[in-house]
Design a protein around this ligand. Structure first.
Ligand SMILES: Nc1ncnc2c1ncn2[C@@H]1O[C@H](COP(=O)(O)OP(=O)(O)OP(=O)(O)O)[C@@H](O)[C@H]1O
Ligand SMILES: [Mg+2]
Length: 478
């Protein structure tokens, strides 16, 4: 690979030798005869690698190196010196030089350093990009006062060790908030271990959380470290904590009280220093009154409760969120960011967002994938958002809910109950047309199920299943 290489040396003869070696190997060479000149060129030309002489009049190589680090932390630097003492090499290493080569120069050493430096530079840049992508990925975006309040709670809760309970509907950002607390805490450099209590089968959750010894139960062929132990000195995130069984609740309570765990099949207790953050979309107080959740555990968990409002209660966050998802999407897919017209944002503000921010994010991505244009207009949004609402329609619209977003129900003119929106995906289209076909045939045969099933050549049981699947009910007269 051809690299752009900066050679810094006060001796013209050395610069010439280096230029010869490097250009012969196909690289582009920039030279500087002094420290200040090197800094200017490094900034202007953004080289891939720099070879830096130590002993120069004015600012020496080590000083150049440390100033370079201030402006360009990823530039790989090779120190070149005739005066190589162990201590300069050490100092250069401390300042982030990745190689130290001695004069007189050997062609092989120089080219070797170039190869290594190029790879290192690529890695460093990738790493930095990934880090910043991760950071924006976990950013909490919004302008509403309720989001500001949440950020404030996060900031205050973070440096403490107090247990935090995050409450809110599905997709409102509970996990994001949990991560934000961890990142702003004194434990940020330690692990954030997530356990989804709803996704792990009852018989496995205890060994998942607390670990087990080999042979603790049938099938325990290897010992396993539990999540609490893995999170030692860090944070454990107990997601969907409302779905934990009473037995597991009792054990978790013990960890919270005693700060120690016991692996299954072991009598030994292990001290753990873990910060607990829990989240649920269940109404825990109701779960308590139904006898499904322990009140004492609830008190332990909700030292700092954070309630996250649904998206419909903070519609003013929508423009900022859309902007955030658009720029994230275009960065990940190497596309020019599209713009949402004001009318398009209005339509988004009128939608129902049962799935909250997750659903908004999916809708935005879908729009970006489907639309080739630079500006997304209201009608683009209407087609996507409306069909989303249809698909997820379960409860009747809340009083005063804007009708544009409410899903239509089947009528004579609209047998599929899809409104005027066109199905957006092949699956939606298939379901849409299947439903329309069935309604049509049922009407034709006076809603006689046996007769209809016979005519369309499907078992009656299958027809019943379809009626249920699509929520098809016999129309009543008038
Ligand atoms: N304030 C926000 N700013 C930016 N992105 C957000 C915000 N809130 C949520 N998101 C995004 O919305 C999606 C859902 O968030 P998250 O997974 O944290 O929700 P949740 O409350 O844990 O949902 P569930 O209860 O379904 O697990 C994620 O992609 C997340 O990045
Ligand atoms: Mg979640």
């Amino acid at each position: 690979m051809k690299a752009r290489i900066l050679v810094v040396d006060d001796e013209p003869a050395i610069r010439d030798t280096m230029r010869m070696i490097l250009e012969y190997d196909g690289h582009e060479v920039l030279t500087a005869g002094s420290g200040p000149e090197a800094l200017t060129i490094a900034e202007r030309e953004s080289p891939d690698i720099a070879f830096l002489d130590i002993k120069m009049p004015g600012i020496d190589g080590l000083e150049v190196l440390s100033r370079l680090r201030g402006t360009n932390e990823t530039l790989p630097v090779v120190i070149v010196s005739a005066h190589g003492t162990a201590s300069t090499a050490l100092e250069a290493g401390r300042l982030g030089a990745f190689r130290f080569i001695e004069k007189p120069l050997s062609k092989d050493y120089v080219l070797d350093a170039v190869r290594e430096g190029v790879e290192l530079g690529v890695l460093k840049r990738e790493n930095r990009q990934m880090r910043s992508a991760l950071e924006t990925k976990h950013e909490l975006v919004g302008t509403s006062s309720s989001l500001k309040q949440i950020l404030d709670q996060v900031r205050r809760a973070a440096p403490t060790n107090a247990t935090v309970l995050i409450l809110g509907e599905s997709g409102v950002g509970k996990e994001l908030i949990a991560r934000a607390i961890h990142r702003a805490s004194l434990r940020a450099k330690e692990r954030f271990v997530q356990v989804n209590c709803a996704a792990i089968p009852e018989e496995l959750i205890e060994s998942e959380l607390f670990g087990h010894e080999r042979g603790a139960f049938t099938g325990a062929t290897e010992k396993q470290t539990g999540k609490f132990e893995q999170a030692d000195r860090g944070t454990i995130f107990l997601d969907e904590v409302g779905d934990m069984s009473p037995k597991t609740q009792a054990k978790v309570l013990r960890v919270l009280q005693e700060g120690e765990v016991e692996r299954l099949g072991s009598a030994r207790t292990i001290k753990v220093d873990v910060r607990v953050i829990a989240a649920t979309n269940k109404d825990l107080e109701e779960e308590i009154s139904l006898g499904r959740f322990r009140e004492d555990l609830y008190f332990r968990l909700s030292v700092i409760p954070i309630s996250v409002p649904a998206l419909r209660e903070r519609l003013e966050d929508i423009p900022a969120l859309v902007q955030h998802f658009v720029s994230q999407f275009s960065r990940e897919n190497n596309r020019r960011p599209a713009r949402f017209a004001p009318g398009a944002l209005d339509v988004l503000r009128q939608a129902r967002w049962r799935g909250n921010i997750r659903e908004l994010r999916n809708a935005v991505e879908r729009l970006l994938i489907m639309s080739e244009r630079d500006v997304i207009e209201a009608e683009d949004v209407r087609s996507v958002v409306r069909s989303d609402a249809t698909r997820f329609q379960a409860a009747p619209p809340a009083a005063g809910a804007p009708s544009a977003a409410a899903a239509p129900s089947p009528t004579a003119d609209d047998p599929a109950g899809q409104g005027s929106a066109k199905p957006a995906t092949l699956r939606e289209f298939k379901e849409w047309s299947e439903r329309a076909f069935l309604v049509d045939k049922l009407r034709e045969f006076g809603w006689n199920i046996s007769k209809t099933a016979e005519v369309i050549d499907t078992p009656r049981s299958n027809l019943y299943k379809k009626l249920e699947q699509y929520g098809i009910k016999q129309e009543t007269e008038g």
